[in-house]
Design a protein around this ligand. Structure first.
Ligand SMILES: [Zn+2]
Length: 245
């Protein structure tokens, strides 16, 4: 790991460590982002887009400010907010990112062995990842979102989903990334249903969805419905709180 501290910014070291990398791959001259090593313009362009090397950045500062404000005010645990910040900036150690930073690593996705592992591939496009997303009812609204960096994809998801669904999407992404790291480290990992059951039971929605408020003379009644990730109603009821004295 001395090599890591020597070559990388101190901030990047913690997230590079803990990942097993074959340091003894022979040097060879090849285009690393296609499975057969042959350069293709299409692959170069796509990987570049997915890695944010030439991103179609929004130049409107107000929009950017609004975006980050939304990210940091999500009703999610801090670790997931930090994670989503890293996703937006492509600051996660995918294999293509490690390669781009000078590590000798085979960039092919280990899950499907079909494509280079960009962040977009790992979190969204990989067939194994898709299988998880397809289990979620609201995924139908985002089915054809395929192009660009994860930041591009997140902005489209935010447009198409309600805020709570968007926050659920971040949870799922986080769980997919955790599971991917477990696979890398040869630890037991989960299938799609297990993954969703785990993340949505360990991190339930912060507040129940409040459907109605009934003003009382000295208190407030709140009707609520709590649905699980499959849209089934788990709990519905009414809570009654005393009004401010
Ligand atoms: Zn894959």
């Amino acid at each position: 790991m001395a090599k890591v501290t020597q070559h990388f910014h101190p901030n990047d070291v913690p997230w590079i460590q803990g990942i097993s990398i074959n340091m003894y791959v022979e040097d060879s001259l090849h285009w690393p982002y296609t499975p057969n090593g042959q350069y293709m313009v299409k692959s170069g362009y796509r990987v570049g887009r997915e890695m944010n090397l030439h991103p179609p950045r929004c130049s409107n500062m107000e929009e950017i400010h609004k975006w980050w404000k939304m990210i940091w005010s999500m009703k999610l645990p801090p670790r997931m907010k930090f994670f989503s910040g890293r996703v937006c900036n492509n600051w996660l150690p995918t294999k293509t990112n490690l390669l781009h930073r000078g590590m000798e690593v085979n960039p092919n996705c280990e899950a499907c062995e079909n494509d280079a592992e960009t962040l977009t591939h790992a979190l969204w496009k990989c067939t194994e990842t898709k299988a998880v997303w397809k289990l979620i009812p609201w995924y139908a609204k985002c089915d054809l979102v395929e192009e660009g960096s994860m930041f591009d994809i997140l902005t489209v998801l935010h447009n198409r989903l309600g805020q709570t669904e968007f926050e659920d999407a971040i949870k799922v992404m986080w769980a997919i990334w955790e599971n991917r790291n477990r696979k890398w480290n040869k630890l037991p990992n989960m299938n799609g249903v297990q993954l969703l059951d785990w993340v949505f039971s360990a991190y339930p929605r912060d507040t129940t969805q409040r459907k109605a408020t009934i003003q009382e003379s000295n208190g407030v009644g709140l009707g609520f419905i709590w649905r699980n990730w499959q849209g089934e109603i788990m709990i519905a009821g009414m809570v009654y709180g005393k009004g401010k004295s």
